[in-house]
Design a protein around this ligand. Structure first.
Ligand code: PMP
Length: 284
């Protein structure tokens, strides 16, 4: 049984209880982060903590994240649960006002903070060699996708639609342009150039995206940050997706069309290699 963290305490998972009045439960009024663990160490920790603080600020949640305290809790959970590869999930909600009301509770209402580990192979997976198939779906999410909220019902529906259509994931499309995957940022490669949607409120500002684009520049690859169409994606030489736990994952098919040769491409492969090398060196 896992040891989880709830509001200052390390407890067995079956003893961790949150109120039925919690704003996270009633209003999806919460934010989250997922930090990947490789060799028992945290990948991209500071990026996740900075984005967490930004999400809280954007939702006017009155909580100052203490980096040192968070680092210590992350490490303690890794140790107590003996995690070599996997993830640490962290969620903060606006807490328990003791009743249901659309208006926010008083600013001094304690937040709810939950953290737990997930054990999962993240390095050397079969996806690296086989790639993923995606289908396109309309992007029906709200307009502040830059805030990492726990409102994940639409991405969850999109994922189920993808599976029903024989694919692994969905790429969401708005006004003819790809926004992102259900839980990853989307990229295509054409004539050696990497194209990925520019940062705005339309997509999550991926921690992996930032690091992978830095790797691309180190490798002197050309990067264009702009929206791309589905047709461009169908005609791309290569496609891939980035996320904290997937690093860069090759996309080999979009809506039944083979991308390039239909096998994982060299640009994504190279980026994955350098990303892992750099981030393992910097892991905490
Ligand atoms: N977009 C969405 C919608 C996501 O849910 C995620 C993963 N949380 C990402 C992109 C990738 O972000 P990151 O690299 O920080 O995991």
């Amino acid at each position: 049984m896992r040891t989880v963290y709830l509001n200052g305490e390390y407890i067995p998972e079956n003893e961790a209880n949150v109120s039925i009045f919690d704003r996270g439960f009633l209003f999806a009024d919460g934010v989250y982060e997922v930090t990947t663990v490789v060799d028992g160490k945290l990948i991209g920790f500071d990026g996740h903590i900075e984005r967490l603080q930004r999400s809280l600020n954007e939702l006017q949640m009155n909580h100052k994240v203490d980096r040192e305290e968070m680092l210590q809790i992350h490490r303690e959970l890794v140790t107590r649960n003996n995690i070599d590869q996997g993830m640490i999930y962290l969620q903060i909600t606006r807490g328990n006002p003791g009743d249901r009301d659309f208006a926010f509770p008083p600013a001094d209402t304690p937040i709810t903070i939950v953290m737990f580990t997930q054990e999962k192979q993240v390095v050397g997976t079969s996806v690296e060699t086989k790639g993923l198939k995606v289908v396109s779906v309309d992007d029906l999410r709200w307009g502040r996708r830059d805030i990492k909220t726990v409102q994940l019902l639409y991405p969850s529906l999109a994922k189920m639609e993808a599976k029903a259509r024989g694919a692994d994931d969905a790429w969401m499309v708005q006004d003819g342009f790809v926004t992102e995957g259900t839980s990853n940022n989307a990229y295509i490669v054409k004539n050696g150039k990497i194209i990925t949607r520019n940062l705005s409120n339309d997509i999550l500002h991926g921690i992996t995206r930032k690091s992978v684009l830095e790797c691309a520049r180190l490798l002197q690859m050309e990067v264009e940050e702009r929206p791309f169409t589905l047709d461009e994606a169908y005609g791309a030489d290569e496609a891939f997706a980035t996320s904290a736990s997937g690093f860069t994952n090759p996309i080999v098919e979009i809506d039944g069309n083979k991308v390039g040769s239909g096998a994982p491409g060299p640009v994504g492969d190279k980026l994955r290699g350098l990303y892992l090398e750099e981030n393992r060196k910097a892991a905490l």
